[in-house]
Design a protein around this ligand. Structure first.
Ligand SMILES: Nc1ncnc2c1ncn2[C@@H]1O[C@H](COP(=O)(O)OP(=O)(O)O)[C@@H](O)[C@H]1O
Ligand SMILES: [Mg+2]
Length: 354
Protein backbone atom coordinates (compact mmCIF):
# COMPACT_ATOMS: atom_id res chain seq x y z
CA UNK A 1 0.00 0.00 0.00
CA UNK A 2 1.36 3.43 -0.95
CA UNK A 3 2.20 5.85 1.84
CA UNK A 4 0.51 9.16 1.17
CA UNK A 5 -0.10 10.46 4.63
CA UNK A 6 2.65 10.28 7.23
CA UNK A 7 3.12 11.49 10.72
CA UNK A 8 6.16 13.73 10.88
CA UNK A 9 7.80 16.03 13.40
CA UNK A 10 5.76 19.20 14.01
CA UNK A 11 8.31 21.86 13.17
CA UNK A 12 6.46 24.69 14.91
CA UNK A 13 6.80 23.20 18.38
CA UNK A 14 8.47 25.85 20.58
CA UNK A 15 8.86 23.95 23.86
CA UNK A 16 8.23 20.65 25.60
CA UNK A 17 9.96 17.34 26.13
CA UNK A 18 8.62 15.03 23.49
CA UNK A 19 8.16 15.37 19.82
CA UNK A 20 4.78 16.64 18.76
CA UNK A 21 3.79 15.15 15.39
CA UNK A 22 1.60 16.30 12.54
CA UNK A 23 0.30 14.90 9.29
CA UNK A 24 1.96 15.63 5.96
CA UNK A 25 -1.30 16.31 4.15
CA UNK A 26 -2.93 18.92 6.34
CA UNK A 27 -2.22 21.15 9.32
CA UNK A 28 -5.51 20.72 11.14
CA UNK A 29 -4.16 18.55 13.93
CA UNK A 30 -1.14 17.82 16.06
CA UNK A 31 -0.43 14.57 17.91
CA UNK A 32 1.00 14.81 21.41
CA UNK A 33 2.49 11.89 23.33
CA UNK A 34 0.26 11.91 26.37
CA UNK A 35 -0.14 10.49 29.83
CA UNK A 36 -3.32 8.91 31.09
CA UNK A 37 -3.79 11.98 33.30
CA UNK A 38 -3.70 14.39 30.38
CA UNK A 39 -6.13 12.27 28.40
CA UNK A 40 -8.48 12.19 31.40
CA UNK A 41 -8.17 15.95 31.77
CA UNK A 42 -9.28 16.56 28.17
CA UNK A 43 -12.12 14.11 28.61
CA UNK A 44 -13.35 15.72 31.84
CA UNK A 45 -13.08 19.18 30.25
CA UNK A 46 -15.85 18.22 27.84
CA UNK A 47 -18.25 18.80 30.74
CA UNK A 48 -17.28 22.48 30.88
CA UNK A 49 -18.26 24.19 27.68
CA UNK A 50 -16.89 27.58 28.65
CA UNK A 51 -13.49 26.14 29.50
CA UNK A 52 -13.32 24.30 26.18
CA UNK A 53 -13.06 27.68 24.43
CA UNK A 54 -9.63 28.12 26.01
CA UNK A 55 -8.08 24.75 25.20
CA UNK A 56 -7.38 23.01 21.90
CA UNK A 57 -10.18 20.82 20.72
CA UNK A 58 -9.36 17.19 21.41
CA UNK A 59 -10.34 14.73 18.71
CA UNK A 60 -9.32 11.58 20.57
CA UNK A 61 -6.17 9.54 20.74
CA UNK A 62 -4.11 7.95 18.04
CA UNK A 63 -2.28 4.71 17.69
CA UNK A 64 -0.97 3.04 14.58
CA UNK A 65 -2.99 0.61 12.57
CA UNK A 66 -1.79 -2.94 12.08
CA UNK A 67 -1.48 -4.57 8.66
CA UNK A 68 -4.60 -6.54 9.44
CA UNK A 69 -6.50 -3.37 10.34
CA UNK A 70 -5.39 -1.68 7.14
CA UNK A 71 -6.92 -4.53 5.19
CA UNK A 72 -10.11 -4.23 7.18
CA UNK A 73 -10.11 -0.48 6.66
CA UNK A 74 -9.79 -1.08 2.94
CA UNK A 75 -12.84 -3.25 3.08
CA UNK A 76 -14.69 -0.61 5.07
CA UNK A 77 -14.99 -2.78 8.18
CA UNK A 78 -14.67 -1.73 11.81
CA UNK A 79 -11.33 -2.15 13.53
CA UNK A 80 -10.83 -3.20 17.13
CA UNK A 81 -8.24 -1.17 19.06
CA UNK A 82 -4.79 -2.72 19.17
CA UNK A 83 -1.83 -1.18 20.98
CA UNK A 84 1.30 -0.38 19.08
CA UNK A 85 4.32 1.81 19.71
CA UNK A 86 5.18 2.44 16.12
CA UNK A 87 3.33 5.53 15.08
CA UNK A 88 5.91 7.41 13.10
CA UNK A 89 4.90 6.11 9.72
CA UNK A 90 1.30 5.21 9.28
CA UNK A 91 0.76 4.11 5.69
CA UNK A 92 -2.68 5.52 5.59
CA UNK A 93 -3.92 6.59 2.24
CA UNK A 94 -7.27 6.13 3.98
CA UNK A 95 -6.48 9.01 6.30
CA UNK A 96 -7.30 11.62 3.73
CA UNK A 97 -10.00 13.30 5.74
CA UNK A 98 -10.94 13.97 9.32
CA UNK A 99 -13.50 11.18 9.57
CA UNK A 100 -10.91 8.62 8.62
CA UNK A 101 -8.46 9.95 11.16
CA UNK A 102 -11.08 9.95 13.89
CA UNK A 103 -11.83 6.38 12.92
CA UNK A 104 -8.31 5.46 13.98
CA UNK A 105 -8.30 7.66 17.06
CA UNK A 106 -9.64 5.02 19.35
CA UNK A 107 -6.95 3.87 21.65
CA UNK A 108 -3.84 5.13 23.43
CA UNK A 109 -0.50 6.88 22.94
CA UNK A 110 -0.99 10.22 21.23
CA UNK A 111 -3.61 12.85 21.91
CA UNK A 112 -5.00 14.17 18.67
CA UNK A 113 -5.45 17.92 19.19
CA UNK A 114 -6.60 20.87 17.16
CA UNK A 115 -3.53 22.60 15.75
CA UNK A 116 -3.72 26.12 17.14
CA UNK A 117 -1.47 27.35 14.33
CA UNK A 118 -3.94 26.36 11.63
CA UNK A 119 -5.06 29.49 9.76
CA UNK A 120 -1.83 31.40 10.31
CA UNK A 121 0.68 32.20 7.56
CA UNK A 122 3.67 33.13 9.73
CA UNK A 123 2.65 32.38 13.30
CA UNK A 124 4.62 34.05 16.08
CA UNK A 125 4.43 31.64 18.99
CA UNK A 126 5.16 31.89 22.69
CA UNK A 127 4.70 29.22 25.35
CA UNK A 128 4.44 30.64 28.89
CA UNK A 129 4.43 28.19 31.78
CA UNK A 130 1.95 29.21 34.48
CA UNK A 131 1.94 28.95 38.26
CA UNK A 132 4.30 29.22 41.20
CA UNK A 133 3.61 25.66 42.14
CA UNK A 134 4.48 23.26 39.36
CA UNK A 135 4.24 19.97 41.20
CA UNK A 136 1.16 18.15 42.30
CA UNK A 137 0.25 17.52 45.92
CA UNK A 138 0.38 13.83 45.14
CA UNK A 139 3.97 14.01 43.80
CA UNK A 140 6.43 11.90 45.80
CA UNK A 141 9.32 13.61 47.54
CA UNK A 142 11.83 12.92 44.79
CA UNK A 143 9.56 14.35 42.11
CA UNK A 144 8.68 17.33 44.28
CA UNK A 145 12.34 18.11 44.94
CA UNK A 146 13.15 17.78 41.27
CA UNK A 147 10.41 20.24 40.31
CA UNK A 148 11.39 22.70 43.05
CA UNK A 149 15.00 22.55 41.92
CA UNK A 150 13.92 23.05 38.34
CA UNK A 151 12.06 26.23 39.27
CA UNK A 152 14.83 27.58 41.47
CA UNK A 153 16.22 30.94 40.41
CA UNK A 154 13.76 31.22 37.52
CA UNK A 155 10.79 33.52 37.09
CA UNK A 156 8.56 30.66 38.24
CA UNK A 157 9.69 31.63 41.76
CA UNK A 158 9.34 35.37 41.33
CA UNK A 159 6.39 35.72 38.95
CA UNK A 160 4.73 32.32 38.69
CA UNK A 161 5.53 32.54 34.97
CA UNK A 162 8.30 31.29 32.73
CA UNK A 163 8.86 31.61 29.01
CA UNK A 164 9.27 28.01 27.84
CA UNK A 165 10.04 28.94 24.26
CA UNK A 166 9.26 31.39 21.47
CA UNK A 167 9.41 31.47 17.71
CA UNK A 168 9.04 34.90 16.20
CA UNK A 169 8.80 36.02 12.59
CA UNK A 170 10.54 39.24 11.66
CA UNK A 171 8.34 40.67 8.92
CA UNK A 172 11.04 43.09 7.75
CA UNK A 173 13.98 40.68 7.50
CA UNK A 174 11.52 37.87 6.72
CA UNK A 175 13.04 35.22 8.93
CA UNK A 176 12.20 33.36 12.11
CA UNK A 177 14.11 33.62 15.36
CA UNK A 178 13.73 30.89 17.96
CA UNK A 179 14.21 31.34 21.69
CA UNK A 180 14.88 28.19 23.67
CA UNK A 181 13.97 27.06 27.13
CA UNK A 182 17.37 28.39 28.26
CA UNK A 183 16.36 31.91 27.24
CA UNK A 184 13.29 31.59 29.47
CA UNK A 185 15.34 30.22 32.35
CA UNK A 186 17.65 33.22 32.16
CA UNK A 187 14.86 35.79 32.41
CA UNK A 188 14.52 37.57 35.73
CA UNK A 189 11.61 39.39 37.33
CA UNK A 190 13.09 42.62 35.95
CA UNK A 191 13.71 41.61 32.36
CA UNK A 192 10.76 39.29 31.76
CA UNK A 193 9.07 42.29 30.14
CA UNK A 194 11.91 42.50 27.57
CA UNK A 195 11.07 38.95 26.56
CA UNK A 196 7.46 39.93 25.99
CA UNK A 197 8.50 43.05 24.05
CA UNK A 198 10.76 40.95 21.82
CA UNK A 199 7.81 38.69 21.16
CA UNK A 200 5.27 41.38 20.35
CA UNK A 201 7.63 43.82 18.62
CA UNK A 202 10.39 41.83 16.92
CA UNK A 203 11.16 44.59 14.43
CA UNK A 204 10.29 47.81 16.24
CA UNK A 205 8.93 48.75 12.91
CA UNK A 206 6.33 51.46 13.15
CA UNK A 207 3.93 50.39 10.46
CA UNK A 208 0.26 49.61 10.67
CA UNK A 209 0.87 46.27 12.36
CA UNK A 210 1.30 48.10 15.65
CA UNK A 211 -2.39 48.94 15.44
CA UNK A 212 -3.19 45.24 15.34
CA UNK A 213 -0.69 44.52 18.08
CA UNK A 214 -2.47 46.77 20.54
CA UNK A 215 -5.74 45.06 19.77
CA UNK A 216 -4.08 41.64 20.06
CA UNK A 217 -2.58 42.54 23.43
CA UNK A 218 -5.94 43.74 24.70
CA UNK A 219 -7.56 40.58 23.45
CA UNK A 220 -4.94 38.47 25.24
CA UNK A 221 -5.45 40.40 28.48
CA UNK A 222 -9.23 40.00 28.24
CA UNK A 223 -8.88 36.27 27.66
CA UNK A 224 -6.46 35.79 30.56
CA UNK A 225 -8.90 37.74 32.72
CA UNK A 226 -11.79 35.48 31.62
CA UNK A 227 -9.70 32.38 32.35
CA UNK A 228 -8.80 33.79 35.74
CA UNK A 229 -12.46 34.42 36.55
CA UNK A 230 -13.34 30.87 35.56
CA UNK A 231 -10.50 29.37 37.61
CA UNK A 232 -11.54 31.41 40.64
CA UNK A 233 -15.09 30.16 40.36
CA UNK A 234 -14.13 26.52 39.76
CA UNK A 235 -12.09 25.25 42.68
CA UNK A 236 -12.43 21.73 41.29
CA UNK A 237 -10.13 22.75 38.44
CA UNK A 238 -6.54 22.15 39.53
CA UNK A 239 -4.13 23.54 36.95
CA UNK A 240 -0.55 22.52 37.58
CA UNK A 241 2.34 23.09 35.20
CA UNK A 242 0.13 24.08 32.28
CA UNK A 243 1.07 26.75 29.74
CA UNK A 244 -0.52 29.50 27.76
CA UNK A 245 0.21 29.25 24.06
CA UNK A 246 0.11 32.72 22.52
CA UNK A 247 0.03 33.11 18.76
CA UNK A 248 -0.29 36.10 16.47
CA UNK A 249 0.13 36.51 12.73
CA UNK A 250 3.63 37.70 11.89
CA UNK A 251 3.14 38.24 8.19
CA UNK A 252 2.01 41.83 7.74
CA UNK A 253 -0.20 41.25 4.71
CA UNK A 254 -1.79 38.10 6.18
CA UNK A 255 -2.45 40.03 9.41
CA UNK A 256 -4.02 42.80 7.38
CA UNK A 257 -6.18 40.28 5.52
CA UNK A 258 -7.29 38.74 8.84
CA UNK A 259 -8.08 42.16 10.25
CA UNK A 260 -10.11 43.14 7.18
CA UNK A 261 -11.98 39.86 7.29
CA UNK A 262 -12.90 40.44 10.93
CA UNK A 263 -14.12 43.94 10.21
CA UNK A 264 -16.11 42.75 7.22
CA UNK A 265 -17.74 39.96 9.21
CA UNK A 266 -18.64 42.35 11.96
CA UNK A 267 -20.20 44.67 9.44
CA UNK A 268 -22.24 41.77 8.13
CA UNK A 269 -23.24 40.78 11.65
CA UNK A 270 -24.37 44.34 12.28
CA UNK A 271 -26.41 44.34 9.10
CA UNK A 272 -27.91 40.95 9.88
CA UNK A 273 -29.25 41.82 13.26
CA UNK A 274 -30.82 44.90 11.72
CA UNK A 275 -29.77 47.24 14.47
CA UNK A 276 -28.02 50.52 13.73
CA UNK A 277 -25.84 50.47 16.84
CA UNK A 278 -24.57 47.41 18.64
CA UNK A 279 -21.58 46.04 20.47
CA UNK A 280 -19.70 45.34 17.29
CA UNK A 281 -19.64 48.91 16.04
CA UNK A 282 -16.37 49.68 17.76
CA UNK A 283 -14.67 46.94 15.83
CA UNK A 284 -16.27 47.95 12.56
CA UNK A 285 -14.46 51.22 12.95
CA UNK A 286 -11.80 49.38 14.93
CA UNK A 287 -8.72 50.05 12.87
CA UNK A 288 -8.81 53.62 14.09
CA UNK A 289 -10.75 53.14 17.30
CA UNK A 290 -8.93 50.58 19.37
CA UNK A 291 -10.56 51.68 22.63
CA UNK A 292 -14.01 50.64 21.50
CA UNK A 293 -12.57 47.43 20.15
CA UNK A 294 -11.94 46.36 23.77
CA UNK A 295 -15.59 45.61 24.21
CA UNK A 296 -15.78 43.32 21.25
CA UNK A 297 -13.43 40.51 22.15
CA UNK A 298 -16.23 37.97 22.21
CA UNK A 299 -17.47 38.81 18.75
CA UNK A 300 -13.98 38.79 17.28
CA UNK A 301 -13.09 35.58 19.06
CA UNK A 302 -16.04 33.97 17.35
CA UNK A 303 -14.79 35.27 14.02
CA UNK A 304 -11.33 33.90 14.58
CA UNK A 305 -12.60 30.45 15.39
CA UNK A 306 -13.98 30.07 11.92
CA UNK A 307 -11.64 29.00 9.19
CA UNK A 308 -9.81 31.72 7.37
CA UNK A 309 -6.87 33.92 8.15
CA UNK A 310 -6.40 34.33 11.88
CA UNK A 311 -4.97 37.38 13.58
CA UNK A 312 -4.23 35.81 16.96
CA UNK A 313 -5.08 33.03 19.34
CA UNK A 314 -4.40 32.21 22.98
CA UNK A 315 -5.03 28.82 24.64
CA UNK A 316 -4.16 26.83 27.69
CA UNK A 317 -2.16 23.69 26.85
CA UNK A 318 -0.16 20.95 28.57
CA UNK A 319 -2.32 19.24 31.19
CA UNK A 320 -0.13 16.30 32.18
CA UNK A 321 -0.23 17.41 35.81
CA UNK A 322 -3.68 19.01 35.89
CA UNK A 323 -6.94 17.49 37.07
CA UNK A 324 -10.62 18.11 37.53
CA UNK A 325 -11.20 17.20 41.14
CA UNK A 326 -14.86 17.22 42.13
CA UNK A 327 -15.10 18.09 45.79
CA UNK A 328 -12.04 20.32 45.85
CA UNK A 329 -13.24 23.46 47.60
CA UNK A 330 -10.33 25.87 47.54
CA UNK A 331 -8.53 27.26 44.55
CA UNK A 332 -4.76 27.70 44.52
CA UNK A 333 -4.45 31.46 45.07
CA UNK A 334 -0.89 31.57 43.79
CA UNK A 335 -2.17 30.45 40.37
CA UNK A 336 -4.58 33.39 40.34
CA UNK A 337 -1.67 35.65 41.26
CA UNK A 338 0.44 34.31 38.40
CA UNK A 339 -2.33 35.29 35.98
CA UNK A 340 -2.49 38.74 37.61
CA UNK A 341 1.23 39.12 37.03
CA UNK A 342 0.86 38.16 33.38
CA UNK A 343 -1.94 40.66 32.83
CA UNK A 344 0.13 43.36 34.52
CA UNK A 345 3.07 42.59 32.26
CA UNK A 346 0.92 42.60 29.13
CA UNK A 347 -0.40 46.01 30.22
CA UNK A 348 3.18 47.20 30.46
CA UNK A 349 3.84 45.93 26.94
CA UNK A 350 0.98 48.13 25.74
CA UNK A 351 2.42 51.11 27.63
CA UNK A 352 5.90 50.56 26.22
CA UNK A 353 4.81 49.79 22.67
CA UNK A 354 6.96 51.57 20.10
N1 LIG B 1 -2.60 22.10 20.10
C1 LIG B 1 -1.44 22.61 19.73
N2 LIG B 1 -1.35 23.36 18.61
C2 LIG B 1 -0.15 23.86 18.22
N3 LIG B 1 1.00 23.66 18.88
C3 LIG B 1 0.96 22.91 20.00
C4 LIG B 1 -0.24 22.35 20.49
N4 LIG B 1 0.04 21.66 21.62
C5 LIG B 1 1.35 21.79 21.82
N5 LIG B 1 1.92 22.53 20.86
C6 LIG B 1 3.35 22.86 20.73
O1 LIG B 1 4.11 21.87 21.39
C7 LIG B 1 4.82 22.42 22.50
C8 LIG B 1 4.83 21.43 23.64
O2 LIG B 1 3.51 21.10 24.01
P1 LIG B 1 3.16 20.73 25.51
O3 LIG B 1 1.74 20.29 25.55
O4 LIG B 1 3.55 21.83 26.40
O5 LIG B 1 4.12 19.45 25.73
P2 LIG B 1 5.06 19.05 26.96
O6 LIG B 1 4.18 18.26 27.87
O7 LIG B 1 6.13 18.22 26.32
O8 LIG B 1 5.58 20.31 27.60
C9 LIG B 1 4.13 23.73 22.80
O9 LIG B 1 5.04 24.67 23.36
C10 LIG B 1 3.67 24.17 21.42
O10 LIG B 1 4.75 24.78 20.71
MG1 LIG C 1 4.82 22.14 27.97
Amino acid sequence: MESVNKLVKFESQVAGHDNILCLTTNDLMVFKPSSQQEREFYEASQQHEEFMDWIPECYGTLRSSTENEKELLDKGQDVAPVLSDNITDIPTDQLANLDDILFLCVCVCHLCLENILHGFTRPCIMDIKLGYKIYEDTADEAKRNKMIKNAQGTTIESLGLRISGMKIFDSVERHYTSYTKQYGRERTKDNFLDGLLSYFYPTYNLNNESNNNKWILEHFIDTVSDIQGFVEEHAELQLVGCSLLLVYEGDASAAQAAWKRMLEEDRQDDANIDKPVNDNDGVSGGADDAADADDDADAIQKDMEETGPKLCDIRLIDFGRSRWQPGRTEQEQSFIKALDNLMGLLDQVIEQSP
